[in-house]
Design a binder for this molecule. Sequence first.
Ligand SMILES: [Zn+2]
Length: 193
Amino acid sequence: MRCSICGAKLKKEEGDICVNCYKEYQEEEELKKDVNEQLRIKRKYSISYEILKYMEIIVIFLLTIVVLLLSGKIFETVLLIGISLIILGFLFFIDKRIAIGTLAIFYEKKVTYTFKFLFFNVKKTIKYSDISDVRVFQTHRQKKFGYGDLCIYGKGIIPGSSFINGFQIKNIENVLDALVEVGKIVELEKKQK
Ligand SMILES: [Zn+2]
């Protein structure tokens, strides 16, 4: 007889599936029962941060508009104002949609990550026992707002290289507090000992 899931040879005393697959099945069932929410983390969207983020583009638009206006080109000025508003509106809109579609929910033993944007629809569930590290990255602009990117690394992945076994949420509000809370829930200290 062979295991009906992985195909491994079965010993006589085993049933339809092997010990390993049974363990995995039990773990999955155990995870499904874990519905006690501890923490929700979202990507933050704010107009003031968006303005800072796209500062260079805004400055270039403004300077060009001023130059056009001073040289008396009224039609070009109005046209450029229109184009500027459309481009910035589009950039802001995309960031807003991404923020709405991004969410991590931390339960007692697992975290679920969802990302929905256009045709992307990612959903991941990661056991805390499979998390190897949690880190925060902040740019200067993010620091001004207390924002940062929270990165959850799965085991077997070199931090910074890939998120295949983990995920990243950008622009989290009060990110350093969030990091402490996530560290407690995931019990990161225990792992690092
Ligand atoms: Zn098996």
